[in-house]
Design a protein around this ligand. Structure first.
Ligand code: TYD
Length: 204
């Protein structure tokens, strides 16, 4: 029987360097001979990308925001993630449900009880095999973001205390699920982080 693929998610506060490491990781896994699909949330399907546009730019009630995140996720799981994993393909996803607990839960204050209900409904027990949490103090993350010359989305525009709560919620999830969520200290330089990732993936 064909070996099942793996589902790897990357998380972290805005500005923590996740995108840089994501492309490196995908290339690294491909160089190891794996077939890899790179995708992202919210998004990853034609419908999901339309929802992303709304989520990132259109003001809305916080529960609407959570419901749309999970609606996009349902479509993504159905159309992309599960079929790929069943074919033996590895899926590397830029953010997933930990981001909902961090941003809608920690950042906006939606109860984790409601988020868990959505998670159970949409995922039916399905979870990432491994989650990399790129962690960085908010002051440094904000400095790095200030260097990016582009329009900020609704989340990036939030104040420092919002991002502090997001970071705390991420760290709390990592502490609660240490086998799945690995914290990567993003204060380290890129080469150190790549070495750490190489080691992590030599045993997955
Ligand atoms: P991000 O992944 O940072 O993309 P980019 O690198 O292009 O800015 O942007 C996605 C934003 O969506 C990010 O600020 C976090 C937010 N988000 C949530 O609030 N909840 C979620 O469940 C997900 C997946 C993302």
């Amino acid at each position: 029987m064909m070996e099942r693929g793996r589902f790897i998610t990357l998380e972290g506060v805005d500005g923590a360097g996740k995108s840089t490491h994501l492309s490196w990781l995908v290339n690294h896994l491909r160089a190891q001979g794996r077939t890899v699909v790179q995708t992202r949330e919210p998004g990853g399907t034609p419908l999901g990308e339309k929802l992303r546009e709304l989520l990132l730019h259109e003001p809305m009630h916080l529960e609407t925001e959570a419901l749309l995140m999970f609606a996009a996720r349902r479509e993504h799981l159905e159309q992309v993630i599960r079929p790929a994993i069943d074919r033996g393909v590895w899926v590397v996803c830029d953010r997933f449900t930990d981001a909902s607990f961090a941003y809608q839960g920690g950042g906006r204050g939606l109860s984790s009880e409601k988020l868990s209900r959505l998670e159970d409904w949409v995922q039916e027990g399905f979870q990432p095999d491994l989650t990399l949490l790129f962690d960085l103090p908010i002051g440094i993350a904000a400095q790095r973001m200030a260097g990016a010359a582009r329009q900020l989305d609704r989340f990036e525009q939030e104040k420092a205390d919002f991002h502090e709560r997001v970071r705390a919620a991420y760290l709390a999830r990592a502490a609660a699920m240490p086998a799945r969520v690995k914290i990567i200290d993003s204060r380290q330089d890129v080469e150190h982080i790549q070495k750490q990732l190489e080691e992590l993936f030599s045993s997955v």
